[in-house]
Design a protein around this ligand. Structure first.
Ligand SMILES: [Zn+2]
Length: 416
């Protein structure tokens, strides 16, 4: 972690500033803290492999004891949740290899790790809406100089869409160490990862952010009222208004896979005590995104439209630039590298051509994300030379067409 991150980190329980306890075991160099103990007025927290762990769950307290005893490698083991020595050794060999991919490391974390469908995240319908809404909102409110935070951001797929929009790097907060560790290495390189319990007060200073967001996770938070109050605190008191964004919150009125503990649209709105939110039915935003022209955040969806949509996007802001139509960005050079979408199998076709065939990892995936058929064709034939030229940073000619159709994706380096 960067030493200057201590400017915006606070103890979740006493609200006090945190500082490195010099008298206890630590490894630091220049402006980076690799391992050590952070102290406030009331307790101490470990920094494990450069990631501050600001909660007191079982693994965190075990890791703290290991760091205090000068055993940072055991602290990391505890945070990865690999109790079995054989599994741990195998995982550490994969993690230590510079050529390991995101997929290799998820596989090495074993079945206990909620790897799920993250490999396919960059083209799923939920993601493409979140990416567009987050980029439009962040570009409007951050002004290139303010910081954003992605709360419960998992392994950083949506955090990735914040990279390059502002000079201070985005903060990625999640309960699970393995996820934010993966994000820093692959999915959102340069982000500031922090381990945080979303059901506790958030360990950040008032007004430290221009954008506080949470996508595809809010229905799993039990303390929803506290969470929204905390998000509002994080963007409070700035001269230019910030924004609070909750993406893909399931609707209690409509069943959906991995339902969580959702609320009705009206109940979500009631959580906001200091600022009136605007709710969007995700179907309308999805139609905008696959239409490819503009994302219209000036729309006002009526109660009937909200009530029948399985998922909602909620934005609260007094910034004048957010509730407006936003042009969707044109195809740009890759942040990582263009490769074929992992949902496609590549087969040999006739006469030096390749056949790409859409195939889903499971029936469950197809049921949850089948709407991707609206933009991903079942089958397409391309010149083999287009595939052979991958990975590449710039998409031109036929590759640009594949990229616009999400058959080729701008993926993190060494993703799969
Ligand atoms: Zn404290």
């Amino acid at each position: 972690m960067r030493v200057d991150s201590l400017d915006f980190l606070r103890c979740p329980y006493c609200g006090g500033r945190l500082s490195l306890v010099d008298s206890l075991f630590h490894r630091a160099s220049g402006d980076e803290i690799h391992d050590g103990i952070l102290g406030c007025h009331c307790c101490i927290f470990p920094v494990v492999d450069g990631i501050p762990v600001l909660h007191l769950q079982t693994a965190a307290t075990a890791a703290r004891d290991h760091v205090q005893a000068g055993r940072p490698e055991l602290a990391r083991r505890a945070m990865f949740g690999l109790d079995d020595d054989r599994l741990s050794d195998a995982f550490e060999a994969v993690a230590a290899s510079p050529v390991s991919t995101y997929r290799d490391i998820v596989d090495a974390l074993g079945p206990a790790f909620e790897g799920g469908y993250f490999l396919y995240r960059f083209s799923d319908p939920t993601y493409i809406v979140a990416q567009a809404v987050v980029r439009a909102t962040a570009a409007a409110v951050l002004g290139g100089t303010r910081r954003a935070i992605d709360l419960c951001g998992g392994s950083g797929h949506v955090t990735r869409s914040l990279l390059g929009l502002s000079s201070p790097p985005p903060v990625l907060a999640d309960l699970y160490f393995a996820k934010v560790w993966l994000a820093r290495r692959f999915t959102a390189p340069g982000c500031e990862p922090v381990c945080v319990d979303g059901n506790a007060p958030l360990p950040f200073a008032r007004g430290a952010f221009g954008l506080a967001m949470c996508t595809d996770a809010f229905m799993f938070i039990w303390t929803k009222r506290q969470f929204v109050g905390e998000m509002a605190r994080l963007i409070d008191g700035q001269q230019i208004p910030g924004a609070l964004l909750i993406g893909h919150a399931h609707n209690e009125r409509v069943w959906s896979p991995s339902h969580g503990n959702p609320l009705t649209p009206a109940a979500y709105a009631d959580l906001f005590e200091t600022i009136e939110p605007r709710l969007f039915a995700e179907a309308g935003l999805f139609a905008d995104v696959i239409g490819g022209g503009r994302l219209d955040l000036s729309r006002r969806d009526g109660a009937d439209v909200l009530d029948r949509d399985p998922a909602l996007t909620i934005i609260a802001t007094r910034h004048p630039g957010v509730f407006a139509p936003h042009a969707l960005p044109p195809l740009a050079p890759a942040l990582g590298e263009f490769r074929i979408n992992p949902l496609y199998a590549i087969e040999d076709g006739d006469g030096g051509r390749a056949r790409l065939r859409l195939r889903f990892p499971s029936d469950d995936y197809e049921q949850e994300y089948g709407a991707c058929r609206q933009y991903l064709p079942d089958e397409i034939t391309v010149e083999r030379s287009v595939i052979d030229a991958l990975p590449t940073r710039v998409a031109a000619g036929p590759l640009a067409d594949l990229a616009r159709r999400r058959i080729a994706l701008d993926l993190p380096k060494r993703y799969y």
